[in-house]
Design a protein around this ligand. Sequence first.
Ligand SMILES: *Cc1c(COP(=O)(O)O)cnc(C)c1O
Length: 404
Amino acid sequence: MAKVNRDYQKLPGSYLFSTIGKKVREYEAANPGKRVIRLGIGDVTQPLSPEIIKALHSAVDEMGDAKTFKGYAPDLGYEFLRKVISEKDYKARSCEIGPDEIFISDGAKCDCGNIQEIFSRDNVVAVCDPVYPVYVDSNVMAGRTGEYDPEKQRFNGVVYMPCTAETDFVPKLPEEVPDLIYLCFPNNPTGAVINKERLQEWVDYANMNGSVILYDSAYEAYISEPGIPHSIYECKGAENCSIEFRSFSKTAGFTGLRLGYTVVPRALKLEGVALHDLWARRHGTKYNGAPYIVQRAGEAVYSEKGRQEIEKQIGFYMENARLIYEGLKEAGYQVSGGVNAPYIWLRTPDDMTSWEFFDLLLNKANVVGTPGSGFGPGGEHYFRLTAFGNRENTVEAVERIKRI
Ligand SMILES: *Cc1c(COP(=O)(O)O)cnc(C)c1O
């Protein structure tokens, strides 16, 4: 008889966004005249830029001509894209990452979720708290954790690294050494960044202890301050201990198109085994993750014109972030983030829980955000607002919050 994977049942379910949806629907049904503004979504809203659309059209035409038609993409992705990534994302920042160390995929979420498969089941995993839930969830499903403890709101067997205001929302090096360390900077949900010196400490720690860092830099394009690394490979020795994930989703509006990549350096070896060779055998995105058409669209992001258009788009979101940040600060909130990331992280007033503040914002300002506790127990008493709205709604939402 077939059996199910019981580890999947350890997950409490997608409580966060379904509860938000339910509360908003109920409020709207009870208050038909009210216009609710959503500043909680983690999805972009601006359309794809003209250079990207042009590249898509031309690649579509190629697919319709026998002379230029493309079937399965090469294993690692097309060389034209891997080459331009190696040049512009890495060599331009003095990181020696070659095209054959880059694996193109259909987005970072799958790669962040699947990467754990190349590691032994008995590895101990460490995550930032709060953080993007994918890292913990994928390890739960793989059986690398114990049961969920509803009281502590944590899975047993996982090292949660507190990211608090006292340390600028950057975790401290754990005393109990984990095997796999997930880091995400700029961070979702806190919007925090890590400077090069502190990231170097993590790289040294991992190299000294034989740990592997899984570095998610999906938001690197939002970094505006100097001295903040865009890639972990800006740190010395990172190629010996780090895997990096990147995505075109938030940086170029590809959430619906789907494109990302993962860097597994050739130098990264565990027990004499090159992780590059293991990831080359991965399932899922190997042959069909990112279509030729989409990889051509990705290439356009790196053209001079494409880059200018993308920068304008990011500038638009970051102006939203600035408006939210400044507005909340003026209103007396304790705010962070929003400078190197499209996320604003605020401390709830009067020690309200994240959900109490959610209800207050929905009822008094008709604004929807995301309770920080949904990103881990360390997010309790915090709240996330995102810069992905349109300008009019963002300005109006800030005005309404100020009036509470
Ligand atoms: C959105 C996001 C991703 C990537 O998403 P994809 O659309 O799958 O590329 C990765 N990491 C973080 C932290 C994100 O917020």
